[in-house]
Design a protein around this ligand. Structure first.
Ligand code: ZN
Length: 356
């Protein structure tokens, strides 16, 4: 699965992307630093951007305003997942070269660990001071979706088999619920492993009700989901996050409705393409990777479409992956630059999209 195919790099790259000498016509951030305020709370005000862009348009004209204030050759948001130190070492220098801000999705408990793998508060503050946006990525990186059971549950069972949960992780001790929409049972996960049937969750107490596979899902309890969002929001408060990045690249409608109570948009609701029409729904976004699980030709083709159609792209990467290098990031920024695409934060994209 590693993206090791050097696909057509030279056929799509007309100029060599070289750090430090790039012309910076396209990938400017358009609001630079506001009002000389370099404090970390400078991103917390929802109306911080573009005081000169604020329109007096009436509600009737707001859609026209949105179209007027969108960009000439499209815009993209670069979103980096999880907050590894590689964001500072690989992504930050490339983005500084192009004066292009990005967004990072921070797992607040990892940030607070002071573990060298993850950026700590001071390191995240460096990004914020450079105009980057901090998005919440939950407190402990939990998958906010519902998993179909692949095996029926009989009264007395304390193992359940939620399809896909094994790939999306969970933490022992987390509270989950099993429901078919009518019956609902809440338990705590005490173990997970594989048996002859497949990947299972072992629960602290048996389920005393029958459930039919495929009509039944396993998911976190609602108070637990709220706690994940509230704890993260509190830990990130000084950065004033207004947007959310879904862990494990999954989120369903139930969890989107909960996230709406905290944030103004989710960066990665759908995957497969980075292209979003304008205006876009901040809770129905498309996000694709640009350096992992994808070939260069596709990335360049998507960027060309974004520029030609003057729409919005959301491009993601995990900088701790081997193939996500500073050069690869700089190359993608150079393509934006060539195509005249603006690099902006998700927060700014939502604001522009709304004509604010
Ligand atoms: Zn993540």
């Amino acid at each position: 699965m590693v993206d090791s195919k050097p696909v057509g790099r030279r056929t799509v790259l007309r100029r060599t992307a070289t750090l430090g000498i790039a012309s910076i016509a396209g990938c400017f951030r358009s609001d630079a630093t506001e009002n000389g305020n370099t404090g970390s709370d400078s991103v917390s005000s929802p109306d911080k951007a573009d005081s000169d862009q604020v329109s007096n348009a009436s509600d009737d004209a707001s859609k026209d305003a949105a179209e007027d204030e969108w960009f000439e050759n499209g815009a993209v948001t670069f979103i980096y997942d999880d907050g590894p130190n590689d964001d500072l070492e690989q992504a930050f220098p490339a983005h500084e070269t192009y004066d292009a801000p990005a967004t990072v999705g921070i797992v607040s408990e990892w940030m607070e660990r002071n573990d060298e793998r993850w950026m700590n508060v001071d390191e995240v503050t460096r990004l914020v001071d450079a105009g980057w946006e901090i998005a919440s990525h939950t407190a402990t990186h939990v998958a906010l979706t519902s998993f179909d059971l692949v095996e029926d549950v009989s009264p007395g069972d304390n193992r359940i088999y939620p399809e896909g949960r094994g790939q999306h992780g969970f933490l022992l001790g987390d509270p989950i619920e099993v429901t078919d929409g009518e019956k609902l049972v809440q338990r705590t996960v005490v173990e997970s492993d594989d048996d002859d049937i497949g990947r299972y969750l072992e629960l602290d107490e048996p389920i005393n009700t029958a459930f039919t596979a495929e009509e039944t899902v396993e998911r976190y309890t609602e108070p637990f989901v709220h706690k994940q969002l509230a704890d993260s929001q509190k830990a990130l408060a000084e950065f004033g996050p207004t947007t959310f990045l879904a862990p494990h690249n999954v989120i369903d409608d139930r969890h989107l409705d909960i996230v709406r109570e905290y944030y103004e948009g989710v960066l990665n609701v759908n995957s497969g393409t980075p292209v979003n029409d304008i205006p876009f729904d901040p809770f129905d976004t498309n996000r694709a990777y640009f350096a992992e699980h994808v070939d260069r030709d596709q990335v360049y083709a998507d960027l060309t479409q974004i520029a030609e159609e003057n729409v919005y792209g959301v491009l993601g990467a995990h900088t701790h992956r081997e193939e996500v290098t500073q050069d690869r990031i700089a190359e993608t920024l150079e393509w934006c630059n060539e195509l005249g695409i603006e690099a902006i934060t998700f927060e700014e994209a939502i604001s522009r999209n709304a004509g604010e």
